[in-house]
Design a protein around this ligand. Structure first.
Ligand code: LFR
Length: 487
């Protein structure tokens, strides 16, 4: 059987075919397409028709490759949603989480329920863009008219099959699920004027959704498709696809965001976790991802987009290598870097106001970003150990960012831990693994990770001797003591 992962991140999407051949997992890219939001009259929107069209074109290509049947799962970024009426029509275009409509909403909501109370109920970090705050700022007429609120991957699955669900890994990022009741929290829903029935039924990853309604898409030549609700939050799929073994590893899912954390069986909602803004996102097989959102490759993507000369990412790394390291210390987790008008100017203005040398050339800018990311990763690992009491010996870096060998080595050096890099397509692989576990082609998560370890090359980076604490302390001095409390 052929398995298709539809894996769509904030900056690009892809369809990947997966199958087991000679005891190994083989993956093949069918198509890759751009994604991104556009600012229309002051609001940032996703183009979901483009994404749906790309999924259908990819499926058409799969049929033209000779595959009449396949299984399919969809994962995307989290927190964003679509309001649909009783006929499944979108009531408005989906707004991007980087839109600034929710800049002040955490303050408003937490005047009514304390941060501690919300955290105890949900275990979810306070990010301005969580669904709870977005729904609070939603057009109230449209919100009350909405028959169903669907998370992005659930919406795409609904378009293909007509079956509406709320898959729980993505659902947990709404900050509306109660970890004790394993359900939507009635009190938090009431606070934002949403009825429980407006969310589709909550399902676990590995739920069979239905078949592709080919008759709805007569202009495409499509195969027969069984759609499965996988771990539809891309980060949840990425961690399914991370070949960790034992109990002493952390992960860094490195894409537009850097998600750094550990896999747990229970949420941790103690005060230090809240203060550090750690989240407890729901994972596949009842696991909990205790992690921190770090600004990630978005920073370099934005710098690259704004630079007048076109650089590839590897070229930017080469430029960065030519520059002296640790020239600036920047708290890239500050909300000012979430969606500034001009990332280059924002970085420069941060350096100016903290009396540091201003990075100007592409190499200086890239160097500043990569150096500080490595420092922030290292601090987060130390902090994770402190909060969880768990020893972390190894860091698995997966996702597109794991191809950056230079940053991998920097991260090993600053964290003082062994870094294991790859696979870079962990999210699509985790998506495929969840499908295979559902159809019983693979036994369980343990077997899936074994299979991944034996099918893909993992690169090992040992830390080189540097005075890592001196650099980390310099960073902390500059960004001042409150770096852990910013998102
Ligand atoms: C990564 C990710 C993160 C989430 C952010 C916004 O792609 O899904 O896990 O915090 O995007 O949805």
């Amino acid at each position: 059987m052929q398995y298709v992962a539809v894996d769509i991140g904030a900056s690009s999407g892809r369809l990947i075919l997966g199958e087991i051949k000679n005891g190994k997992l083989q993956i093949k890219e069918v198509s890759r397409f751009a994604n991104g939001f556009t600012n229309e009259e002051g609001t940032c929107y996703w183009d979901l028709d483009h994404l749906l069209n790309q999924i259908l074109l990819g499926l058409q290509k799969i049929k033209s490759m000779g595959y009449e049947q396949c299984v399919l799962g969809i994962d995307t970024w989290a927190v964003d949603y679509v309001l649909v009426d009783e006929n499944g029509k979108r009531l408005r275009e989906a707004v991007s989480y980087r839109d600034d409509r929710t800049m002040n909403t955490i303050n408003i909501i937490t005047k009514q329920r304390s941060k501690k109370e919300i955290y105890q109920k949900t275990g979810i970090q306070f990010q301005p863009f969580n669904t709870i705050y977005q729904l609070y700022e939603e057009d109230q007429k449209l919100l009350s008219a909405a028959n169903t609120i669907l998370m992005i991957p659930d919406y795409l699955g609904y378009c293909l099959t007509g079956v509406a669900v709320t898959e729980e890994t993505n659902g947990s990022t709404t900050q509306l699920l109660n970890i004790h009741e394993h359900q939507f929290d009635s009190d938090l829903l009431a606070l934002i004027s949403v009825k429980k029935e407006q969310f589709a039924r909550l399902v676990e990853p590995g739920t069979k959704l239905g078949t592709l309604k080919k008759e709805w898409f007569p202009s495409y030549d499509l195969p027969d498709v069984q759609v499965i609700a996988v771990a539809s939050h891309d980060t949840a799929s990425a961690i399914v696809g991370t070949p960790g073994v034992g109990n002493d590893w952390a992960y860094l899912s490195s894409g537009t965001w850097s998600l750094l954390g550990i896999e747990n069986n229970e949420p941790i909602v103690k005060d230090e976790a809240l203060q550090g803004n750690y989240t407890n996102e729901w994972g596949a097989f009842k696991t909990v991802r205790f992690l921190k959102n770090i600004m990630g490759m978005w920073l370099i993507q934005e710098v690259r987009r704004i630079l007048p000369i076109n650089y590839t990412f590897p070229q930017l790394v080469e430029e960065a290598k030519k520059v002296n390291a640790f020239k600036q210390f920047v708290n890239f987790n500050d909300e000012r870097f979430l969606n500034p008008d001009n990332m280059i100017e924002e970085i420069q203005s941060y350096c100016r106001s903290t009396n540091q040398e201003i990075p100007i050339s592409p190499g200086e800018l890239a160097n500043c970003i990569y150096n500080n990311l490595a420092i922030i990763y290292a601090i987060a690992i130390d902090e994770l150990e402190k909060i969880t009491g768990k020893k972390i010996e190894r860091l698995h870096i997966v996702g597109g960012g794991s191809n950056n060998e230079w940053l991998n080595q920097l991260t090993a050096n600053l964290s003082g831990r062994t870094v294991l890099a790859g696979p870079s397509e962990a999210t699509a692989i985790g998506n495929v693994m969840m499908q295979m576990i559902t159809t019983e082609e693979v036994t369980d998560l343990f077997a899936a990770r074994n299979l991944i370890r034996h099918s893909f090359q993992i690169h090992v980076y040992q830390p080189e001797a540097i005075n890592r604490m001196a650099i980390i302390n310099q960073y902390k001095e500059v960004v001042n003591s409150d770096y852990t409390t910013s998102s």
